[in-house]
Design a protein around this ligand. Sequence first.
Ligand SMILES: [Zn+2]
Length: 392
Amino acid sequence: MQYLIGNHSLMKRINRTRVMNLLRINGTLSRAEMTEATGLDSKSLTNITGELLSEGWLESCGLSNPAIGRPRQLLRIRSNSGSFIGVALSPGRVVAVRCGLDGAIQAESSQDISPDAGIESLMEAVFRLIDSLIGISGAARQIGFAAPGVIMPEGSGFLLSVNIPGFRDIPVGDMLAERYGIPVSIEDSSRSMAIAESWFGRARGVENFLLVDIDIGIGLGIYSEGRIYRGTSNSSGEMGHTVIKRDGPLCYCGNRGCLETLASGRALLEKISGIRQSGRYSSEDLNRLKEAAAVGDTEVVNLLKQAGEHIGMAVANAVNLFNPRMLIFAGPLAWEDSPLVESARRDLSVHTLSSSLRQLAVQVSSLHDGAALGAAALALREVYEVEGVLAI
Ligand SMILES: [Zn+2]
């Protein structure tokens, strides 16, 4: 803290970021309200808002109408002062969203693409979607990109994405930065979905939470003390490869009995089709499972329940380890009354320590295309964070 006090420009950035975050969360505020919320003196606050107004980040939007006292000028974030694009790749689909600085979605676009299409076709689809969003309202400030996989240590691309064939050693970040000439952030899909929950969804204001992403594979987004936990080599959250059955089925990672071999979308589709294949399934195949469950297909419902039991047990272990405030089920197999979620909730409550369970809120994500939203938030964070921390 001594360092922060001594570093004037960093303190200024933090205070500017605090004002931007206050307005992002509250919509409109007067300077007096911001002075009270930040604890800054009114002269400093007026200087900061003056700067932000003259740089075009903020705009005034009328006067307050208080019961007592004089009306005060209200300020808000100028939505069209900057646009941020979030792109998410999932098995069989690319989604892109364009957000304003206030986080409101300005435009959205998506394209189905075969999981076998190959990396060139995938990247062409990514470029096409971004081009179309840029065509709608001009250049963007930043791009965020999310895909299921392990990120390169230097953060420019993906080392590996088992569920998207050919997506290996791909420097997506560099490719996008070169093409569009703007900064690019990349992130694993499960973490990106957790970021979306923190910015737009169930976990707003929640500092410690876990998000379980149940898709073709299974991932875990970990939020600890208000920030994503990535681990030493960027590979945290590989819950799909936690071993839950000794000498269980062989997993593509080389281990036996991983959660993914028993409860992932791929495992369910293999059980139903009787065909073992690596990475060829798409999220659309999972939608068909959802439709089958909705009309009461007994085989599918039972498979989803069994998968939920395994996931509930694995999640209970994670909750016992991290003691989060909230656990969010997300992904194509985690809708509100899914048999998978219902049995996972049951097993979770059986296997979690009561000290952790007591204050745990269990939720199902309400966000559509959370990974793309999270990728947009990843780009937005460049404006709202200082040194990787939200300054509020
Ligand atoms: Zn494994």
